[in-house]
Design a protein around this ligand. Structure first.
Ligand code: ADP
Length: 534
């Protein structure tokens, strides 16, 4: 027998804002249905606005089509799209039905997608109407979606339904991040986890109804879901920035003005070209009240420049990993004090806590001592898809009370506390390398190079292929300042030698015009090394 309880039973959770991502994000459809939920570039080149009620209608139209396919709770759906109204509606339709979604980028290489399909064995592959992905394996159903609805092209193979309805502990999505083994690693998040994260973050007050939140991260990067959740969960308006406009600093800023954006979320690298070529235009944007960055260190010289150009804006450092959406969001002082060495990652968001553990497994509480961040939170992922070993390495028994059965997330990130107990991120435990027997933290060297007035940004990569010992290879972008024109490798090395021991000096220094980025917009160390490999 195939379970098919009445719709009211199956959808009971889906519309509850405590229990389901759809219910949480569309709560405003009941209270302020006409409020703008999403503003986006329209096909005619203008802007168009979706009210909460209109967005909910779009979601429900997709739900009707998907529900007719007879998929069981837990069956996966790959969604390929840029961020837009219909992509968001598909994600929320999947959430309604308990079908975990796997967002992928339209430009994801075929081989990488093949690895994901092979691992996740989705029932359906849905792409935005303008998608060009074909030759998908016959095991997966296919379809397209857009303003005109959702069209199934090849029906999925279904399994007999064994589940009656979606629950808060069911997976809501799987995000595939780069795994250390070279195979993408699927981070599985539950409805309950994501909703409790978004609730905690809402209490920080960084978004209010009336705000317009620009999101710049690709859909497969969970940061785009953080932005979406922060905006819609507060009854505010989400503004996805089209990728082709983001790529051009002036067009990017013009889009922000046209859409009357009040805050911008994105990785630090979205600001680099703006600071270089459109600083005056940015300074003129006095409607920007907040910038939230996340995902990696913001090089301090660039961060200072951004805060100088936007003296009235609040800059917020979002720290965390896909495994918990994020861990903290910390407002930085503006202006940034001259004495600031690195931005704080503050405290975990309400409802969560970051603790530091030393190499012997003991808690670190005193200021200035480095430990590994262990996060306890209701928003922890439930595991890596089909990888119990990696899951057990990351979700570990609470080091303070191992008998309790509680699991905490061992982040692999190192930090120390400041005088008030606030945290400062200082690198990855796994980027801590031994160079000629000495412990070296790559981030510390990067930071020193960035302090040179002629350097705009610095990325250090560890070249393990170059010889028996790992080789420290620096990639530097010269700054615009007069000193930047003439800075040489010898000068940078001498500058580093003023504060760093000899074994921490980069072996090779390369000047580059730009820092290549991963598809998520973070510095791509592998691509940099490939440029100089012999
Ligand atoms: P996210 O999707 O949240 O960026 P990823 O899973 O791609 O997360 O990468 C997480 C890692 O990125 C963290 O473990 C940390 O090493 C680094 N990271 C994230 N945010 C910051 C930040 N604000 N400052 C420095 N490093 C960061």
């Amino acid at each position: 027998m195939t379970l098919q309880p009445p719709r009211s039973v199956r959808f009971a959770c889906a519309t509850d804002e405590n229990d389901n991502l759809r219910g949480y994000l569309l709560a405003a459809a009941a209270t302020t249905p006409d409020a703008p939920a999403l503003v986006e570039r329209a096909p005619d080149g203008g802007l168009r606005t979706w009210s909460y009620a209109a967005l909910e209608d779009l979601v429900d139209g997709y739900v009707d089509t998907l529900d007719g396919l007879g998929l069981d709770v837990g069956e996966r759906v790959v969604v390929q799209s840029h961020h837009c109204s219909s992509a968001l509606a598909v994600l929320l339709a999947c959430a309604t039905l308990g079908l975990p979604f796997i967002p992928v980028a339209p430009d994801m290489p075929d081989e990488r997608l093949a690895l994901i399909l092979d691992s996740a064995r989705p029932a359906l592959f849905l792409q935005h109407g303008d998608g060009t992905r074909d030759h998908l394996p016959g095991t997966v159903g296919t379809g397209r979606f857009g303003d005109d609805g959702l069209r199934v092209e090849r029906a999925p193979h279904t399994r007999p339904r064994v589940r009656a309805g979606v629950t808060p502990t069911d997976p809501v999505y799987i995000i595939f991040t780069s795994g250390t083994t070279g195979r993408p690693k699927g981070v599985v998040m539950t409805h309950r986890g994501v909703v409790s994260f978004l609730r905690g973050v809402r209490r920080l007050g960084f978004v209010a109804p009336g705000d317009r939140v620009a999101t710049t991260s690709p859909l497969q990067f969970d940061f785009s879901l953080v932005d979406t959740g922060m905006a819609l969960g507060c009854g505010a308006t989400l503004v996805p920035v089209p990728r082709d406009e983001l790529a051009w600093p002036r067009r990017f800023l013009e889009f922000l003005s046209e859409a009357e954006v009040s805050q911008v979320h994105g990785v630090p690298s979205i600001w680099r070209p703006v600071l270089r070529t459109a600083a005056d235009e940015l300074a003129a944007m006095d409607t920007l009240r907040r910038v939230v960055y996340s995902g990696e260190d913001f090089p301090l010289p660039e961060l200072r420049r951004l805060s100088e150009l936007l003296p009235k804006a609040q800059i917020v450092n979002g720290y965390g990993a896909t495994e918990s959406m994020a861990a903290s969001l910390t407002a930085l002082p503006n202006p940034i004090p001259d004495t600031l060495q690195r931005p704080s990652i503050g405290w975990a968001h309400p409802g969560a806590e970051m603790t530091l553990i030393d190499e012997a497994g003991r808690p670190v509480t005193e200021p200035g001592v480095t430990g590994e961040i262990h996060l306890r939170s209701p928003a922890l992922f439930s595991g890596y898809w089909n990888d119990p070993e990696a899951t057990a390495a990351a979700l570990v028994p609470d080091p303070f009370d191992p008998s309790s059965g509680q699991l905490v997330f061992r982040t692999g990130d190192l930090a120390y506390r400041g005088p008030e107990g606030e945290l400062y991120f200082c690198g990855r435990a796994d980027s801590q390398v031994q160079v000629r027997g000495n412990r070296v933290e790559l981030g510390e060297i990067e930071r020193r190079m960035q302090q040179h007035e002629g350097i705009a940004s610095a990325v250090l990569a560890l070249d393990r292929q170059a010889g028996p010992e790992p080789v420290l290879t620096a990639f530097l972008v010269r700054g615009d300042a007069a000193a930047g024109e003439s800075v040489t490798a010898a000068a940078v090395r001498a500058f580093c030698a003023e504060t760093l021991p000899a074994y921490m000096l980069p072996h090779h220094i390369h000047f580059v015009d730009d820092i290549p980025l991963t598809s998520n917009g973070k510095a791509d160390r592998r691509a940099l090394l490939a440029r100089v490999s012999h």
